[in-house]
Design a protein around this ligand. Structure first.
Ligand code: 5AD
Ligand code: SF4
Length: 491
């Protein structure tokens, strides 16, 4: 119902409503007034650029932020020389933070050329008090900072920042930096606008936060406690997406397998999947991320039976050594993980399995690392994201003794990467000659006579065809495998 709200019909002189999301629509209407004024004075709409730096969760958040900016009347652009630039940051690894500080210097240069430019920062990195303090001290030209818990308040915060600006639209400087960070919240605000990157597929948040406290990970501190959306709200959103032409949904959560635990009427993740499966128009369902400790037999059975749930599972291993897993607080052993893989493959022989692995966790010995290599050999992952351990202040692992020297970790990382790639390349070839269903996603960036799509297991396929195929699912014979992608033809 909120999607039809006409911002121009909202009484902007009334007191702001206290309930959500009505309050945010009120502030969108106020910001829209500002945008109209800008447009009149400058002879053009203000331009906004949202830069996403993180995971799929962040990408979905960026779509919500873009949705709000578009409703207000900003013209969206990819160039950072815009009137409003918003970085949606990530902080899982330290080098992500350093990248943001580097970019801020560049943005400052743009702002000097365009004094009307506003710079805003949000996302996980802003949930760290030390970061906000550093920005306040060293980057006073930033105009707005908010975190992950109050993202739904973006319209209201933007309104404050805009009206801090002086008459010509230029921000007033350091004294006007608007900072609003919440420690945590239980609140989930539904029905705010979002602007999808793709017309035919969409991420859907099913839960927020994480309760696992893996000892290396900063996510539980910056994204807060785990909270699930009501199944009815999720279904309502997915039905709306299907009506709007979406055929593939990616269900998002830090640990989707523990979905539904805190709800008034608890629901399991498998039960949620079954309900989503019944939504007409949705042909593919994906989800991430799964924690091995919570992966149930019920879920494996639901996946096996389903025609819509993609036979792909992202199942982070993190380490192959049971001792390191214990120190990571992962709550499973190497043997338990292997048993899960066995069950998955027994139920779905062709399932594609991908993973995350961290190298150089404190105390990791050469023997521990060999166990990780051994697991990679035994599981035969279709692909793996490999990470060098990054020491995140505030996490238990950061205080552990026996930090692994950088050169040792780097050497192990290279060995792991090469093993992962060899196996992945060999595994990729197994589909050559077969017919697979492919969701066509875009015109090929290098050759306009080709389109590019994804198989059920997420592998990329290039095939002959035009833009009219985008968003459709076609049967494709895979004629050739070139490393990590296929060439195919429609059958
Ligand atoms: N150092 C390195 N990698 C990390 N990850 C999370 N925290 C860290 C860290 N401190 C990795 C994990 C997780 C992925 C999203 O990022 O492998 O699954
Ligand atoms: Fe971090 Fe572990 Fe939660 Fe994943 S499950 S977000 S690695 S604490």
């Amino acid at each position: 119902m909120y999607d039809e709200i006409d911002l121009d019909k909202i009484d902007r002189n009334a007191e702001p409503p206290t309930e959500e999301p009505a309050r945010q629509y009120y502030f969108m209407a106020k910001c829209r007034e500002w945008v109209k004024d800008f447009t009149q004075k400058q002879g053009r709409s203000p331009r906004a650029c949202v830069v996403n730096m993180g995971c799929q969760m962040n990408a979905r958040d960026a779509e919500k932020l873009t949705g709000i900016l578009s409703r207000i009347g900003y013209e969206m652009t990819d160039t950072e020389e815009a009137d409003f630039v918003l970085y949606n940051t990530c902080t899982v690894r330290e080098n992500a933070n350093n990248k943001v500080y580097g970019r801020l210097g560049v943005l400052n240069g743009y702002q000097k050329k365009n004094p009307r430019m506003m710079i805003a920062l949000c996302g996980c990195m802003m949930q760290e008090a030390s970061v906000v303090e550093k920005i306040r001290r060293s980057y006073p030209f930033v105009n707005l900072i908010f975190g992950t818990h109050n993202l739904y308040k973006f319209a209201e915060l933007l309104h404050t920042a805009l009206f801090h600006a002086n008459a010509s639209g230029a921000p007033k400087g350091a004294s006007s930096m608007v900072i609003d960070i919440w420690e945590d919240t239980d609140q989930i605000v539904e029905a705010l606008p979002a602007k999808r990157k793709y017309a035919f597929k969409s991420g859907v948040n099913i839960m927020f936060g994480c309760n696992n406290f893996c000892s290396y990970c900063i996510v539980p501190y910056v994204r807060g406690r785990e909270r699930s959306r009501e199944p009815e709200e999720i279904l309502r959103e997915i039905r709306m997406l299907a009506n709007d032409g979406v055929v593939e949904v990616m269900l998002l959560g830090q640990n989707v397998n523990s979905y539904g635990k805190g709800l008034k009427q608890p629901v399991t993740f498998a039960q949620l999947l079954q309900k989503i499966e019944a939504v007409e128009g949705i042909s593919r369902i994906r989800f991430m991320t799964s924690h091995p400790k919570d992966l149930s037999d019920e879920l494996i059975e639901t996946m096996r039976r389903s025609k819509k749930i993609c036979k792909h599972l992202h199942l982070p291993l993190q380490s192959g050594s049971t001792e390191i897993l214990r120190r990571m607080n992962r709550k499973y052993t190497k043997e338990q993980y292997l048993l899960l893989i066995e069950k998955l493959r027994a139920a779905m022989p062709d399932i594609s399995i991908t993973t995350d692995i961290i190298v150089g966790f404190p105390g990791e010995t050469e023997a521990d690392f060999e166990e990780t290599l051994d697991m990679v050999r035994r599981v035969q992952y279709d692909s793996a994201f490999t990470f060098l351990y990054s020491r995140r202040t505030g996490t238990p692992a950061a205080a552990m003794e026996e930090q692994v020297p950088e050169d040792v970790a780097k050497h192990r990382f290279d060995r792991l990467l090469s093993k992962v790639q060899t196996i992945a390349a060999r595994k990729a070839m197994r589909y050559t000659g077969s017919v697979q269903s492919v969701l066509v996603e875009q015109v090929n960036t290098q050759d306009a006579a080709l389109v590019t799509g994804r198989m059920d297991n997420n592998s990329i396929v290039h095939l002959r065809g035009g833009a009219d195929r985008i968003g459709t699912i076609v049967d494709v014979r895979l004629t050739e495998c070139r490393g990590f992608y296929y060439i195919g033809e429609v059958v």
